[in-house]
Write a protein that binds this ligand. Structure first.
Ligand code: HEC
Length: 129
């Protein structure tokens, strides 16, 4: 048992020092911040659980992405942070780099990653374009 705890701490410790992969094991405080930012800025389009079913989503074309889909999950942190920072051309997704600090953008991404892990059912198909 002690050994197991030691092992977990060792793994957690090494992940912590690698830097960019922090999102693999977000600290509760970062998740908390990411959650608050997400609710404030992203839920209207991407929906409370990231499924792309926010209140504003119906009126948008193309529809907001389903952030817990394999399509999004397979992207690297760098890819997604770039989209969060700069937005996505020809969609309603605006860049957030002027409104959120780098740290806030990373926190919100960590929260999105956590939605995948804790979502209850299998991922539904993304909304039709
Ligand atoms: C006005 C509606 C709107 C808001 C607000 C919004 N998004 Fe988006 N988002 C979109 C649309 C539309 C797309 C493009 C469709 C797609 O890429 O799947 C998109 C795409 C994305 C993608 C890319 C998904 C992928 O797989 O490439 C990410 C990541 C993302 N949004 C994160 C966020 C975050 C984080 C916030 C809040 C800080 C946010 N969005 C706020 C509409 C919105």
């Amino acid at each position: 048992m002690t050994m197991l705890v030691g092992l977990v701490l060792l793994i957690a410790g090494s992940i912590g020092t690698v830097g960019p992969s922090f999102a693999a094991l977000p600290e509760p405080a970062r998740l908390e911040e990411g959650h608050a930012l997400y609710e404030r800025h992203c839920t209207a389009c991407h929906g409370p659980e990231g499924r792309g079913d926010g209140k504003q989503a119906l009126s948008l074309s193309p529809r907001p992405g389903n952030l817990i889909s394999a399509h999004t999950s397979a992207k690297t942190d760098q890819d997604l942070l770039k989209i969060i920072a700069n937005g996505r051309p020809r969609t309603a997704m605006e860049g957030w780099k002027d409104r959120l600090s780098d740290d806030q953008q990373m926190a919100v991404l960590a929260y999105i990653r956590s939605l995948v892990r804790f979502s209850r059912s299998a991922t539904p198909p993304p909304p039709a374009p």
